[in-house]
Design a protein around this ligand. Structure first.
Ligand code: DMJ
Length: 548
């Protein structure tokens, strides 16, 4: 293996992107739209102008309002996606997916993750993680040929009968979740059979003194254990496997999957040590108590606890009141303890509490929250959740656009003192971008529910920046080390499976104007973006987990 040359990995796929130097001015963005406009043929331009003219006469105020945009930092910029047909937006995501898939197919086929620069792969569980995570994305994007190839690998090569340690949470959300959703979308029993196989092999994780599951399971030997250095599990991990195991019980009519994950929720519900509904980050598998108390975050190790409270309630038909109460209380806890505004521009952000002290630190992972809040509001929860969702969405976008590459770092710190000259600081160790999905995920929800095109614009900008700074010419996209250096963002040589499982799927759904393409009234996405059905009214549960 040799270190890649810069030319090797930087690949500018779309014209009109500027020369790589950072310039986030209004003028730059207008120029960017202007260049795209100039790329259109004379016929295309004339057609658009005629259409705009007709619409403009019919509804002048509505059009001008739409075109004006409502960006916090710039009240005058013109929507780029407004000039692009929906088909072109969708095609751009398909191109990104196919480019990723080419890299995976050429250099990592059947392995967990692509290493696009060294043209090789890395193994985590040795179960074809990227391929399984990407199955339903291919189906949704309409990439039938690629889907069929992947399906035949699942049919002929995928086996869970091997002595390998897997992380319970990661394999539940990516593998079990991916197989269940693919089964629902395609109706192909192959995926249900595989889901049953991995689901049953993960169950030994629940054999602990407290019934709070261990983090790791050997799926071949049927043994489970905590990490080497502790007997604790992560709170987000043990509380974000419920959608998948509940669905497995519903499909198989075997209640023990659902019972095991419901027991975890029941215990966590009753535990001492919460702060206004906010949970600590660790839980002990021997005594079932929270440990390392005093840190409260919506970021790593706690994030999807909150997401799954709401989503389980939705999945079960909004009858499990305890889940809803815990969710509503937690959101009030966020507002009371974690919400602040930055200086000088007053961006609303979610910080952390560490041993009684507020820290203005926010992980990119927290950017799932605008989408979750919006989903709650769509399902009848208070309208102020939607207001907060919009404010946080703006902040997450600013975490991208204020960086020199236009890509968010993993963690930011907000300035709060008067006289600050910028809102966002990034520590040296936090400058990486792993191609994470959370902001695009939230953009999708916000666009679906508001139809405000600025959310598509923001997603479009993010896609251009992924193309510009993370695309590897020989195939695939790579995580980068430094979002603040557009000249050398320093590639990490890894494409995470969630880039295909989540980021590109949400990007595609963001650009689609079809509300029935995974209707949010029929499906609920697990935390790895795998859609699972909202249960029909014939299968509703009460608080005790008893079917009504
Ligand atoms: C994914 O595996 C899931 O979205 C999880 O909830 C958080 N981490 C990654 C993506 O960032």
């Amino acid at each position: 293996m040799h270190p890649p040359s810069r030319q090797d990995y930087i690949s500018i796929s779309l014209a009109g992107q500027g020369g790589g130097s950072y310039n986030n001015s209004t003028q730059w963005r207008r120029q960017s739209c202007w260049r795209k406009w100039k790329q259109l043929s004379r016929l295309q331009r004339s057609l658009i102008l005629i259409l705009l003219f007709i619409c403009g006469i019919a509804s002048y105020p509505a059009v001008t309002e739409h075109l004006r945009g409502k960006n916090l930092m710039d009240n005058n910029w013109v929507s780029c996606v407004y000039f692009l047909p929906e088909a072109r937006l969708l095609e751009a995501v398909q191109e990104a997916f196919l480019h990723s898939w080419k890299g995976y197919k050429d250099f990592a086929w059947g392995h967990d993750e692509l290493r696009p620069l060294s043209k090789s792969y890395s193994e985590w569980f040795g179960l074809g993680l990227t391929l399984i995570d990407a199955l339903d994305t291919m189906w949704i994007l309409g990439l039938k040929k690629e889907f069929e190839e992947a399906k035949s690998w699942v049919a002929t090569e995928l086996t869970f009968n091997k002595s390998v340690d897997v992380n319970l949470f990661e394999s539940t959300i990516r593998i079990l979740g991916g197989l269940l959703s693919t089964y629902h979308l395609t109706g192909d029993i192959l995926f249900l059979d595989k889901a049953k196989d991995i689901g049953s092999r993960l169950m030994p994780a629940f054999n602990t003194p407290s019934k709070i599951p261990y983090s790791d399971v050997n799926i071949g030997k049927g043994t489970a254990h905590p990490p080497r250095w502790t007997s604790d599990s992560t709170v987000a991990e043990v509380t974000s496997i419920q959608l998948e195991f509940r669905e497995l019980s519903r499909l198989t009519q075997e209640p023990h999957y659902q019972a095991a994950v419901a027991e975890v929720m029941k215990q966590v519900h009753k535990l001492d040590g919460k702060l206004d509904g906010l949970v600590p980050m660790f839980i002990n598998t021997n005594n079932g108590q929270f440990t390392h108390q005093g840190i409260y975050t919506l970021g790593a190790r706690a994030d999807s606890y909150y997401e799954y409270l709401l989503k389980q309630w939705i999945q079960g038909g909004k009858t499990e009141n305890q889940l809803l109460e815990d969710y509503l209380q937690a959101i009030e806890g966020v507002k009371k303890n974690l919400l602040q505004k930055s200086s000088p521009n007053g961006l609303t952000f979610v910080g952390e509490i560490a041993h009684g002290q507020f820290s203005p630190k926010m992980d990119h992972l927290v950017c799932f929250l605008p989408g979750t809040l919006a989903l709650g509001a769509h399902n009848g929860l208070p309208a102020d959740h939607m207001d907060l969702a919009k404010q946080l969405m703006e902040t997450c976008y600013q975490m991208y656009i204020q960086m020199e590459t236009g890509l968010s770092p993993e963690i930011v710190h907000f300035n709060m003192h008067q006289g600050s000259t910028r809102d966002i600081d990034v520590k040296l160790a936090d400058r990486h971008n792993l191609l994470r999905p959370e902001t695009v995920e939230s953009l999708f929800y916000l666009y679906r529910f508001t139809k405000d095109h600025k959310y598509q614009d923001w997603g479009w900008e993010i896609l251009q920046n992924f193309n510009k700074y993370t695309k590897v010419s020989s195939g695939g996209y790579t995580s980068i080390n430094n979002v603040r250096d557009p000249d050398y963002p320093s590639p990490r040589d890894k494409m995470e499976s969630f880039f295909l499982g989540e980021t590109l799927k949400y990007m595609y759904l963001l650009f689609s104007d079809d509300p029935n393409l995974i209707s949010l009234d029929q499906y609920v996405f697990n935390t790895e973006a795998h859609p699972l059905p909202i249960w029909p009214s014939t299968h509703r549960l009460t608080d005790t987990g008893i079917q009504m």
